[in-house]
Design a protein around this ligand. Sequence first.
Ligand SMILES: Cc1ncc(COP(=O)(O)O)c(C=O)c1O
Length: 457
Amino acid sequence: MGGEDRHGGIADASAEGDVNLSANRRDWQDANIGPETRALLEADSRHFLHQSLSTPCMDALVEADGIYLVDVEGRRFIDFHGNNVHQVGYRNPRVLAAVRAALETLPFSPRRFTNRYAIDLAARLASLAPAPLGKVLLAPGGAEAIGMALKLARLATGRHKTVSMWDSFHGASLDAISIGGEAVFRRGIGPLLPGTEHVPPCDPRACLYGCGGTCSARCADAVEYVLSKEEDVAAVVVETVRCTDVQVPPPEYYRRLRAACDRHGALLILDEIPIGLGRTGRMFAFEHYGIVPDMVVLGKGLGGAVWPMAALLVDAKLDVAGDRALGHYTHEKSSVGCAAALATLDCLVEDGLLARAGAIGRVMDGRLRALAARSSLVGEVRTIGALCGVELVRADGSPARDEAERVMYACLTAGLSFKVGQGNVLNLSPPLVIDDAELDRALGILEQAILAVAAGG
Ligand SMILES: Cc1ncc(COP(=O)(O)O)c(C=O)c1O
């Protein structure tokens, strides 16, 4: 592994998102970027620390509106990426009105005070979640909320170990990368947190337990095996649906995981930061599985594509750390962020966006399966709600990484933005406010790009 190739940078950098140093990116920039953008990108590169997956950047934006991003050149991209913050679209009028009202009355709420926005949000989240999830802690970002969950698990169980999944992502902080499983975040940065055991994720494509593409949930039994050997694991931490390449475990997987945690006294923590709050067609993705975790972590879209907001929602009986600081973040009970979150939840519920996610997903899934029948470049299509992973494969079955990147840049040229996960999976995550005509247009762009790349274009 490692070394520059045409696909770009360090091969492992393809895990969480597309790489930012590839020849394909340079080609795209040469063809699409004018002097004003180039000057901005150079200034960005001069002032910001360089890091994998972001700086240097690809392009510069001036506007985000509804389902669209607009760059300096005036190019409009339908945004099927949005870092998964944009369920309700950009500049959603209801969210902006709520944010403005809070900004003009209570722009900040110092931590020793509470405020009506924060109280209403905590109550609202608890009312949306099934029992016994009933107590909330807010944070300004997903990684911080994951950190709070890990601390609470330690305090509640008196244990410090965790079991989590290789290839998972839980945020970029040191504690989050310790339980995360992506080399690009972990390599050369240790020592990481002690006691963070990793097991293979439920990934039928690369199952080590020989499930042959139809999950037999033996990977869940492997978690139980570790829990039985370690005996002192505080928590099992999982992305309910792994977002980067859309891995959707079967119901049996979570039934076994829940039972294993109960048998061995470990808490089940589900990370739904990018995929909770409507993305999968349910408010919480775990609702697809008929289980309830001990803790669920939310983020991203909670802030309505405006404000950094995350939340830890836990079994009320885990309210056991009254004399410790679990979060203590400056913007913990952000009045403005909570106003944005309340308006976002209103939109999700009152505008029928959960049902819309399902409808969008059925269209995406149908169109891409039909394309798979026409083009061998399209391998597996995995869809849950309005989240779709399209795996590109070569004739020999190997991951079509360069092709995936070329499809992505062809789509950007034609006005559609999305992310590539795990190197060869097109990750389609449209705003839930997209209408049928816009969805049709976006899928048309994608189909054309895939067919052109498959034909050697
Ligand atoms: C599954 C998952 N967990 C945690 C995080 C971290 O969230 P944040 O970037 O807000 O810290 C992310 C962000 O991409 C994520 O996808």
